[in-house]
Design a protein around this ligand. Structure first.
Ligand code: NDP
Length: 254
């Protein structure tokens, strides 16, 4: 049990499935008050919330499309209205959308990927920070990707570049918000076995990825959860800001 997570109000975007769901459950096991946010996966989001309550935490489930700025604003406002504060914002919602070579990158596709993976992070921070500032501090954890540094797999120019934005914004946000006692860090997963990969990566591509990973296997969502716990806990990481924790089995080392 990480004592200082007990009772912390934590909004995890995209916590209906995959990495976000594992992080939300891990916060629940540490008796946090968790907002389980989803877009389309209503049933899985409710299951995550039920597991959190069973583990001794508190949970509510909120829907929002993070490509919609006003929906993010409402999500943050509902979080504070329900729990009275917001201690930790985890900007996890994101997607590759589809594998798309350069010649097929339309302006609409560019906007779709950037709004989902990059603008959503800035908007969520912009909406959450005033509440954190008023309560005397807070904590933001962004989710970037090994793709931010590697350029990504086939057809993921836009996704990788959007994650590069998230990594760079993490550094800029960390510097700007340090005066408000808000730490900003990121988790950079490698190839993690989630619905994301099932949607976007065929068996041959997966084998190609696996062969390039020193651990010779993919990671699990649960194996990412520890990085979120560490960064969310002042007890464990109070002097850490602007850091990007790579969780990638050695796939890419800075
Ligand atoms: P999943 O597809 O399992 O989870 C994605 C989550 O994001 C879901 O909860 C989904 O909600 C939510 N989401 C997607 N689009 C929207 C939207 N428009 N509005 C609101 N929520 C949305 O994938 P992962 O768990 O793998 O991905 C989580 C994060 O990790 C992403 O940012 C991804 O880019 C990143 N990542 C993943 C890697 C991997 O190998 N899996 C590697 C590196 C980074 P819902 O299902 O309810 O619609």
């Amino acid at each position: 049990m990480i004592e200082d997570l007990h009772g912390k109000v934590i909004l995890v975007t995209g916590s209906s499935t995959g990495i976000g769901a594992a992080a939300a459950r891990a916060f629940g096991r540490n008796h946090a008050k968790v907002v389980v946010h989803y877009n389309r996966s209503t049933g899985p989001a409710q299951e995550v919330a039920d597991d959190i309550v069973k583990a001794g935490g508190e949970a509510i489930v909120l829907q929002a499309d993070v490509t919609d700025t006003s929906a993010i604003r409402t999500l943050v406002e509902k979080t504070v209205a329900h729990f009275g504060r917001l201690d930790v914002l985890v900007n996890n919602a994101g997607d590759l959308v589809e594998r798309c070579p350069l010649a097929e990158v339309s302006d609409a596709f560019f906007d779709q990927v950037m709004h989902l993976n990059a603008r959503s992070v800035i908007v969520a921070c912009r909406e959450a920070v005033p509440f954190m500032r008023r309560q005397g501090g807070g904590n933001i954890i962004n989710v970037t990707s090994v793709a931010a540094r590697s350029g990504g797999g086939p057809g993921s120019i836009m996704y990788a570049a959007a994650k590069g934005f998230v990594s760079t914004a993490t550094h800029g946000l960390a510097k700007e918000l340090v005066k408000d006692r808000i730490r900003v860090n990121a988790v950079a997963p490698g190839v993690i076995d989630t619905p994301f990969q099932i949607r976007h990566t065929n068996a041959q591509q997966m084998e190609g990825f696996r062969a390039g990973i020193p651990m010779q296997r993919f990671g699990t969502s649960d194996e990412c959860a520890g990085a979120f716990l560490y960064l969310a806990s002042d007890q464990l990481s109070s002097y850490v800001t602007g850091e990007i924790i790579e969780v990638n089995g050695g796939q890419l080392m800075p």
